[in-house]
Every structure is written in structure tokens, then in C-alpha cells.
Design a protein. Structure first.
Ligand code: CP
Ligand code: NVA
Length: 310
């Protein structure tokens, strides 16, 4: 059966290790003569370019598709778009508003007997390709063994936070979510992250609280992302009020002396992160951007290795 990649939990921890290892191995031409469709319902700088270049690195041909070109579920169904792409491409990446669209695309491909993985390039609930780049950056900073390392995510417990939490706990990290009420993980998400940590067996854990100072004190890494994600623009004013204290500033960073600061970008200086912190030597954001491409090389190489890309 085709292995799709909609969330980090689609991998066992050993498979996650393998993806990360392949990310830092010279690419093999596993996509020679093949295409990869990359569909974007929302804007992208890093994801489009890293994915396209990873496909090129693996000998393939990327075709990026903007939302209006296929107009999912208006011009035709997401299922029909997926099955059309599956006739021409070795893999399909998609950035969508509604995570369920990815599930429908994957199911439609499976139903028709295609062996073409669907890769989540960001949905409302997950951003697993970003999380792969994040843990590659953490490994580059702290060494390959992340067991016992602490990372505090500051702000809205969103799609980026969730995929990061899954990857972090799998690799044995203590992930701390510092978010105000209303912006925290729900019980179901927390339980799923804790269960994945147990399955991985590396002692990873998740905690959550609104006490951003307490959770940030003495940690190895601080991470933040936009207060308002794509698709939530109507809530931006309220979010600025509710999340005002949840910002990675010089004062917060002083509580975690020596910590590295991560951000998936795009950044909103003066909101979730200060300009000074983002421009400081503590910030490893450009290594994260670098690893978006290596992460995609690792993921596509893994999918070829397990026979989901043929
Ligand atoms: N971090 C990230 O996914 O960036 P883009 O939205 O620019 O792709
Ligand atoms: N949480 C953000 C991430 C952007 C890369 C969003 O979904 O818009």
C-alpha cells in the first residue's frame, strides 16, 4: 500500500530516523524521468522552492500548480485532481486549507490502485515537512541524539507546533507548549502526542501551560510561529490581543541563556518574535530554511526506498 505523508505519525520513529539520515546523504536519482506535482492553495516561499529543488536534486521534474489552475472542488473534485496528477507524477505534494482534502486525495489514489504518495505541504492541522527540517536543524545544533533536550514552543499551538511536537517527542525531547487558554492543544492532540512519544520509546514528553516564563526558563530551544495562520486572517486583531504576551523577545530569551531560537517563517517582527532576537546569533532560522530542501530530499528518498515512489 502507498505510504502517504500527511503527518509525522505516518512514520515510525525508526523510519523518521531513516528520513533524517537520507536527508544528509548525497541524493540518488530516484526520480529520474519522473514528475512531482506540487499544488498550492495558499502562498509559499520556502515550501515551493525547497520542494522543487529537492525534486531536481533527485533527478525529477517538479510542476507547481497554483490554486486557481485546478480550483479544487469547484472546477472538479479533489479526488479527480489527485487521480489526474497520479497518471503523470511519481508523487503529489499539496498545501491545502482543509486537511481532509489531503485524506480524500490519498484515498482516491489508493482506491484506483495508483502507487503515488500524497505529501502534506501544510494544512490547517499539520506541517510535517517543516518539522523534519526543524529536527534536522536541532540535530545539527545539538548533535544527533536529542534525547532529553528541551524545546519550548511559544504562541499559538498550531499546525507547525503539532508536527514539531510529534517529531520532537519521538526523538526523545521534552516539548513544552506555552500558550494562553484558547490557543493550546486540545486533549485529543495532547493524548496523541503523548501516545506517539510512548510508542517511540525514547522518553520524549509533552507539557502545556500558559506560564510562558516558567516554561521558557533554562530550555535548550525556543520556537515560535505566526499568531495568525493562513486562513485565520479574520481573527488577526483578536489574536494580537490574546497572544500579546507570547512573544520571543530579548527578555524571554534571557531566561533561556544560550538557547537557540527557531521559527518556521514567515516572521512577523514585533508580534511573535522581536526583530532583535530574529537577527541575533541565537536564531537558526536560515538553517531551518536550508533544511527544508534536505528534509524533502530525505522524505522523497525514503518513499522511493519503501516502494511508494516507483
Ligand atoms: N515555513 C514555510 O512553510 O514557509 P512558506 O509558507 O513560505 O512555504
Ligand atoms: N502556521 C503558519 C505557518 C506558515 C508556514 C500558517 O499555517 O500560516
Amino acid at each position: 500500500m502507498t505510504r502517504h505523508f500527511l503527518e509525522i505519525t505516518d512514520l515510525t520513529v525508526d523510519e523518521l530516523d531513516r528520513v533524517l539520515a537520507l536527508a544528509v546523504t548525497p541524493p540518488k536519482p530516484v526520480l529520474a524521468g519522473r514528475g512531482v506535482a506540487l499544488l498550492f492553495e495558499k502562498p509559499s516561499a520556502r515550501t515551493r522552492h525547497s520542494s522543487e529543488m529537492a525534486v531536481v536534486n533527485l533527478g525529477g521534474h517538479p510542476i507547481s500548480v497554483a490554486a486557481g489552475e485546478v480550483d479544487l472542488d469547484h472546477r472538479e473534485t479533489a479526488e479527480d485532481v489527485a487521480r489526474t496528477f497520479a497518471n503523470f507524477h511519481a508523487a503529489i505534494g499539496a498545501r491545502v486549507f482543509d486537511h481532509d482534502v489531503l485524506r480524500r486525495m490519498a484515498a482516491a489514489i489508493d482506491d484506483q490502485g495508483f502507487t503515488v504518495p500524497v505529501i502534506n505541504l501544510l494544512s490547517d492541522v499539520a506541517h510535517p515537512c517543516q518539522a523534519l527540517a526543524d529536527v534536522l536543524t536541532l540535530r545539527e545544533t545539538f548533535g544527533p541524539d536529542l534525547v532529553g533536550r528541551t524545546l519550548t514552543y511559544v504562541g499559538d499551538a498550531n499546525n507547525v507546533a503539532k508536527s514539531l511536537a510529534f517529531a520532537g517527542v519521538a526523538l526523545g525531547m521534552e516539548i513544552r507548549i506555552a500558550s494562553p487558554e484558547g490557543y493550546q492543544f486540545g486533549g485529543g492532540d495532547l493524548a496523541a502526542i503523548a501516545e506517539y512519544a510512548v510508542d517511540a520509546g525514547r522518553g520524549g514528553s509533552i507539557v502545556q501551560s500558559d506560564d510562558v516564563e516558567a516554561l521558557s526558563t533554562g530550555v535548550d530551544a525556543l520556537y515560535t510561529d505566526a499568531w495568525t495562520s493562513m486562513g485565520q486572517e479574520a481573527e488577526a486583531a483578536q489574536r494580537r490581543i490574546d497572544l500579546a504576551r507570547y512573544s520571543v523577545t530579548e527578555e524571554l530569551l534571557a531566561l533561556a541563556e544560550g538557547a537557540v531560537v527557531l521559527h518556521c517563517l514567515p516572521a512577523h517582527r514585533g508580534e511573535e518574535i522581536s526583530d532583535g532576537v530574529l537577527e541575533s546569533a541565537s536564531a537558526k532560522v536560515w538553517r531551518q530554511v536550508f533544511h527544508r530542501r534536505t528534509a524533502m530530499v530525505g522524505l522523497l528518498s525514503f518513499l522511493a526506498e519503501v516502494g511508494s515512489i516507483r
